[in-house]
Design a protein around this ligand. Structure first.
Ligand SMILES: [Zn+2]
Length: 279
């Protein structure tokens, strides 16, 4: 699966690098700054923003990524409810503080301070247990999560209902977009593709939550420069997985680690190992 994803990504990266006109390169940094400004709130215009290079150089904040939370055979994309509870408990007991993507943005762009031991906890694919289990476990510890929704799943069996999604925002969590149907961003080629996978679902999700949807998680974590550049027109931050970051668009490729069903102590080690060092 991973090998296939990597090969697919490399193929698309090659196709795009082969097709991209010369306008990329030197103009990118400037373009990125302009797009960052466009995505920002009005009050931000008076504040000095970090450049792409400054944002890229900042120490990374750990971002965890969960998918299924269910019993049954173990896998990278599934943790048991008991393991999830242990993960959240050890984070709380170790003095970690969950932060929102808005706080992460302010840290990256405006050097705003963060609480001690900050981290983000994110959930992909709109599963019903994100609302039924994850949100409740987080709330007990005073944590808030980020829930990335693929909007094709609205009200489908085993997936969150629109009301449950709206409830997440009401209880202080953040809702972001994970495409319409999980097609990878490197496959969006026509304006219709962008409309269907990004613009329309973003609007629908905003109507459901009553809040702007400013954050995106790449389906399969896969992106390239073109996709990142397009997404910067819609989102303040896009989250990837372990692909090499794009130094010209650092806000559009914030790294996350997928958390498998591992003992809680190993989670802390894994966080330190993955985010404790410089790129
Ligand atoms: Zn996904």
């Amino acid at each position: 699966m991973n090998r296939k994803v990597v090969i697919t990504f490399l193929s698309f990266a090659f196709i795009f690098s082969a097709c991209q006109p010369k306008r990329e390169n030197k103009a990118q940094t400037k373009q990125n700054t302009v797009q960052t400004e466009k995505n920002s709130e009005n009050h931000e215009s008076t504040q000095t923003k970090n450049t792409a290079a400054q944002i890229y150089a900042k120490p990374e904040i750990p971002v965890l990524c969960y998918h299924r939370i269910a019993d049954g055979p173990k896998g990278d994309y599934k943790v048991s409810p008991a393991t999830f509870l242990a993960h959240v408990k050890i984070l709380a007991d170790s003095g970690y503080h969950s932060i929102s993507p808005a706080q992460l943005y302010d840290y990256l762009v405006f050097n705003k301070s963060l609480p001690e031991k900050p981290f983000l906890i994110t959930f992909d694919d709109s599963r019903a247990e994100h609302s039924a289990i994850a949100a409740k476990v987080l709330e007990k510890q005073g944590f808030h999560g980020v829930f990335f929704i693929m909007t094709i799943t609205y009200n489908k069996k085993n997936y969150m209902t629109k009301d449950q999604i709206a409830q997440l925002v009401k209880t202080g969590h953040t809702v972001g977009l994970h495409s319409w149907d999980h097609t990878m961003a490197v496959k969006y080629k026509t304006p219709e593709d962008w409309q269907k996978e990004v613009a329309d679902p973003k609007k629908k999700l905003e109507a459901i939550t009553g809040e702007p949807v400013d954050y995106w998680a790449y389906p399969n974590g896969v992106f390239n420069h073109y996709a990142a550049q397009e997404l910067s027109k819609y989102f303040k931050i896009s989250f990837e997985l372990s692909t090499k970051r794009d130094s010209l668009l650092p806000l559009q490729c914030v790294r996350r680690i997928i958390v498998p069903d591992i003992p809680a102590q190993n989670l802390l080690k894994s966080m330190r190992k993955s985010f404790g060092k410089k790129k």
